[in-house]
Write a protein that binds this ligand. Sequence first.
Ligand code: IVH
Length: 685
Amino acid sequence: MNCSADVATQELTEADAANRLMRLAREIARHNKLYHDGDAPEISDAEFDALVRENAELEAQYPHLIRPDSPSRQVGAAPSSALAKVAHARPMLSLENGFSEEEVREFLRRVRRFLSLPEDEPVTLTAEPKIDGLSCSLRYESGRLVLAATRGDGAVGEDVTPNARTIEDIPQELTGAPELLEVRGEVYMSKQDFAALNARQAEAASKVFANPRNAAAGSLRQKDPSITAARPLRFLMHGWGELSEPLAATQADAVERLRGLGFPVSELFRRCETIEDALAHYQAIEHSRAELPFDIDGVVYKVDRLDWQERLGSVGRAPRWALAHKFPAEKAETTLERIEVQVGRTGKLTPVGRLTPVGVGGVMVANVTLHNRDEIARLGLRQGDRVRIQRAGDVIPQVVENLSPDERRPAFAFPERCPQCGSEAVAEEGEVDVRCTGGLICPAQRIERLKHFVSRGAMDIEGLGEKTIEEFAALGWLHGPADIFRLREHRAELLGREGWKEKSVDNLLAAIDAKQGFDPARLLFGLGIRHIGIVTARDLLKAFGTIEALAEAAAGEDGIAELSRVEGVGPVVAEALHDFFHEPHNREQLAALLALARPAAFVNQARETEWTGKTIVFTGSLQTMSRDEAKAQAERLGARAAGSVSAKTDLVVAGPGAGSKLKKAEELGVRVVGEEEWARIVAAA
Ligand code: IVH
């Protein structure tokens, strides 16, 4: 893989892509958690952005590989346990990022296409700074502030009402407001206040914050509101959630109305008639960035017309009607002190660079990913080299240039043996990744697999994090996943260990017990078999019913052929399954695990509605919406939009000019409706 995500995604095989998406999901989740929970990020926002972007690009290329735990389906981190949780009446969305003018133009083209707008129809946008704080939703009932909540994971946030009441910018009471009004915006700390706060903290030998954003988050998310009150927090409004009545017909008018009710709005908020105006405003904001009293990391554009916003809706976690135009990556120079090679769950050897820590765009960076053997060779990297690194958006830092290349000296020698178990490390034909061939005898692979097994997308065992897995594995308690269900045998010993109290031990054991009778698809996914994501795990269970039946079929002589007949399973996946289940050690582990975990019977989890699983074909020219919008509507109803009519088609939506498909539908006796009737179906479902 390369430093540019575009190059990287193009070069991947499908199997690599699945693997990469899995790693991205984990990596992004981990950084999200660090960012939101610990207020102590390891990577810069730009680096984080690059990861999210790589994920989005891969998903665009391989939509069938989108994972249920994909970061594109989640927003931020799940709320931490210290504060009470509150479900948002309307989800708090995130934003899609763009990094160039071209991407902004593409955003507008997408909007036009989706709404099926003629070329000459103007699309007014709003443009405003993207404030680097944390978003907060303020709920007013009968003009009184009743609830303030952080974003959390977008669906559930944390109740910070008493804390928000201490923020001067946030009105406590409103006059002339709708009966029910949720105002959303950014809680932030000014650069000046941040510096003063940190000076005070340092003097008092208290925690010093990495940047204003972390200081704002740490100050708002306090159990004790008197601490929040002592912190100089500010608020800028940028949107709304649930409403009892519409605020206006456009974003700009709604913002004006909210400003009139007393909510602070950025002075740099503008209504832009054309994309050129919007881009010019971006330039202006970028120029004034250093002088602004608070940190910003880009400009947010929104489609001004609210009826269009409504139609555009959202995809994954982000609205189709908004775009964050991020400022370019920040770069810095430092020394690459060491190159270490880590071993992942599937045995992949990943080189990691340890740097002399250096500040890049407000965050100290000490580690960079070096991706793989080829990347080290491409940059000719050696330990001790001076390097230029970059952090773009919220992405993991990368080396973009070797500043002390020396062709006479060889680049870092990539290990030919696994640094953890000494087994041979090889690259499969045509693959850039080098893998340890040690399988389960490799302790690193074993531990990484266990971490994967308990992770959020798999068994999701609360209290059994990566550190705990490492601790238990070092004690010799965990060899395979079955041992997790035997941890109770070590209760007495665990109670004697530092950091473990009766309550935490019993909570952990209860969390494990609670996973008996769990979803077999997530258990299968949790086994960490190469190329088996949750979607494939579900497909396999749909075909075989139980993990036992799958294991038996896969291990058999004709395993590969039999597996290849399953929808969604290709030869690479079939071979990976065969290899895994053919291995006696894996079968023994699995038998022990199934005996202890006793997974539930598999149920297909799709939500049942009248249209679930139905097939709909759109034909002819649609007048009020684009094909994409029509398709999105069908998908929202749980139906599938197909390209051709067959006996399996349940409904044909025909617009003017419909030809052979309409004829075929009539011949087959398939129900045919017009666009108006379709709109009624959508409204009724
Ligand atoms: S609009 C429906 N406008 O950026 C989209 N968000 O990366 C909701 N943010 O969660 C967000 N400044 O916390 C919007 N002017 C602005 C913003 C802004 C900062 C934050 C917000 C959001 C995050 C997405």
